[in-house]
Write a protein that binds this ligand. Structure first.
Ligand code: B12
Ligand code: SF4
Ligand code: SF4
Length: 233
């Protein structure tokens, strides 16, 4: 495969100029085995590359989070604001790609959900793993070496043939640690099977079916994770 290394560099530089904390690229072959409706080609038929960007949370707000307080700051900054910033940057990257003669498709950071299944149009977490940004942790979230679980993602699909980043092979979770599961106020993980109860988590966050948003996002399973707590750059 002849990758466009110059275009890959330009895209990454533009993302960095927009203050994105992490950016990675996956090639389309890494999505083999994605269930129907989760494959990038279900959205942009000509997809060759998948770009994932991430912006980290503010440690100050996250560290003050408690079941009773700070939910509104979290919702405003860590949920709504980061989703908006990521969408704007993703759209800008998409426009840049299209100006160079390619096609681009921005995957929404949160909505639209499939209301009854608790799923997005495509999984940013699976894309982030395939773009070499991180790996799944026991909290179901993608952990990065830089910030642990403390970031939100957004994905851009394109038919440009960009140079893929190497994937991370190692497990980043601390071996004996289950802090994320222990702190969950609704015990969303079944202690026997480890299965995650999406409706329980969604209900706790006052997930609203009509506008498909979490009215009171929680995030304790991010806050308690020891990974990325000290990251400050
Ligand atoms: C629906 C949703 C929820 C639901 C369900 C969560 C869930 N575990 O799926 C609810 C409301 C409960 C929720 C809660 C939260 N969420 Co949420 N959520 C989403 C959303 C919109 C879609 C996720 C989704 O589609 N899930 C369904 C699928 C992927 O999960 P699955 O059934 O386990 O998938 C299986 C198969 O379908 C298959 N599969 C799916 N895709 C692919 C692809 C390939 C290649 C393969 C091989 C297989 C495969 O593999 C899976 C395992 O078998 C994403 C945004 C997005 N579009 O990705 C954010 C997202 C996952 N949420 C996020 C966050 C931060 C949260 C919360 C902390 C809330 C908050 N305060 O912000 C909590 C954390 C809960 C937790 N610990 O998991 C972040 C995660 C960031 C990170 N660091 O990883 C995301 C990525 C949003 C973002 N833009 O960054 N969320
Ligand atoms: S977001 Fe809150 S309710 Fe949902 S899994 Fe994490 S700790 Fe549990
Ligand atoms: S809290 Fe512990 S078990 Fe949970 S994701 Fe972080 S390191 Fe892994």
């Amino acid at each position: 495969m002849q990758y466009d290394e110059q275009l890959t560099c330009s895209i990454k530089k533009l993302a960095e100029d927009r203050d994105v904390d992490l950016v990675g690229v996956a090639s389309i072959d890494r999505f083999e085995g994605a269930p129907k409706g989760f494959h990038p080609k279900d959205l942009l038929r000509t997809t060759q590359s998948v770009i994932v960007i991430a912006r980290r949370f503010l440690n100050g707000i996250l560290d003050e989070l408690s079941p009773e307080s700070q939910r509104l700051s979290y919702k405003h900054h860590m949920y709504a604001h980061l989703n908006t910033l990521n969408t704007l940057t993703a759209f800008e990257l998409g426009r840049f790609l299209e100006k160079q003669g390619n096609r681009a498709f921005v995957v929404q950071p949160t909505t639209p959900y499939h209301a009854h299944e608790f799923r997005g149009v495509m999984s940013h977490r699976h894309a982030a793993v395939r773009a070499g940004l991180g790996v799944f942790g026991k909290n179901n979230l993608v952990l990065t070496k830089e910030f642990g679980p403390r970031q939100r993602f957004c994905t851009i699909l394109t038919d440009a043939e960009l140079l893929p980043d190497p994937m991370i092979e190692e497990d980043l979770c601390k071996e004996e640690c289950f802090e994320c599961r222990k702190i969950c106020p609704v015990q969303a993980w079944d202690p026997e099977s480890g299965r995650f109860n999406k409706p329980a988590c969604a209900h706790h966050q006052k997930w609203n079916r009509s506008d498909q948003q979490c009215k009171e996002p929680c995030g304790l399973c991010i806050q308690v994770c020891p990974l990325g707590k000290e990251a400050n750059e």
